[in-house]
Design a protein around this ligand. Structure first.
Ligand code: UTP
Length: 226
């Protein structure tokens, strides 16, 4: 049986305006290294600032919420294509658009599959959790622009502490808190938490520099406990 790791790649990695393709290349290098170490990887690309730009403009233009989500999904798939380009022949050449297509891609001999969003009403964190369930993944790495889960939003509160591990119930409470928790809310939404919980998917939240270390089982980021 193949050992699958699912990696959610934060939309922040696709900040092309400020960083060009540099972060995409760094993530691709880590995914390739993981595949050389015997892992198969399903990566899920986030939408990031470009998705937010499109969504804001389309909202101003009067698009429906469902149409805004579809637009966001298109951008996540464009980001997925960028990661595929950086991975070259290691990657499955197209972006699965459903879980069935993901499973079909997993039957190929390419060790890395990259996808974006699936359907309106959820985030790519939920996609990553669903992909992990579908593939029976050994691990889900949530690679974000913060290096783990903090007691408060570290970008706003300098005394916030990083947690080495966090129980899923505690995490739900942390994320459902008042507005000053909004920064961490983006980390994992409610839908993805419920999916992780029902299938008890081993999950690590870390920075996009820590992907390979997390896959290797090194002590990085924050581990979610069930
Ligand atoms: P993301 O979930 O990637 O948002 O999808 P994000 O804010 O960039 O997340 P991070 O930074 O990677 O954590 C972008 C948008 O695409 C739509 C939603 O509108 C979401 O806000 N989307 C994405 C869906 O509707 N369904 C999906 O399955 C995925």
């Amino acid at each position: 049986m193949d050992r699958f790791a699912v990696v959610k790649v934060s939309g922040a990695v696709f900040d092309l305006q400020n960083r060009g393709g540099e972060m995409v290349r760094r993530v691709a290098d880590q995914l390739r290294a993981a595949s050389e170490e015997g892992w198969r990887v399903a990566a899920v690309a986030g939408g990031g600032s470009v998705a937010r730009l499109y969504i804001r403009a389309a909202r101003e233009l009067g698009a429906s919420e469902a149409a805004l989500d579809q637009l966001g999904i298109l951008i996540t798939r464009a980001n997925a294509e960028l990661l595929i380009a950086a991975l070259g022949g290691t990657a499955y050449p197209s972006v699965p658009q459903t879980l069935e297509e993901l499973l079909a891609a997993s039957a190929s001999n390419r060790s890395i599959i990259v996808m974006g969003g699936l359907q309106p009403g959820q985030s790519t964190n939920a996609v990553a959790a669903l992909a992990a369930e579908s593939l029976g993944a050994a691990l889900l790495v949530n690679a974000t622009d913060v290096d783990g889960v903090y007691t408060d939003d570290p970008r706003k509160n300098p005394s916030a502490k990083r947690l080495e591990s966090v129980g899923v119930e505690e995490l739900t409470l942390l994320l459902s808190g008042s507005e000053h928790k909004a920064g961490t809310y983006e980390l994992l939404d409610h839908v993805s938490l419920r999916i992780l919980e029902r299938s008890r998917i081993p999950t690590v939240v870390t920075s996009y520099e820590g992907v390979l270390a997390a896959i290797r089982g090194e002590k990085v980021g924050t581990r979610i406990m069930y």
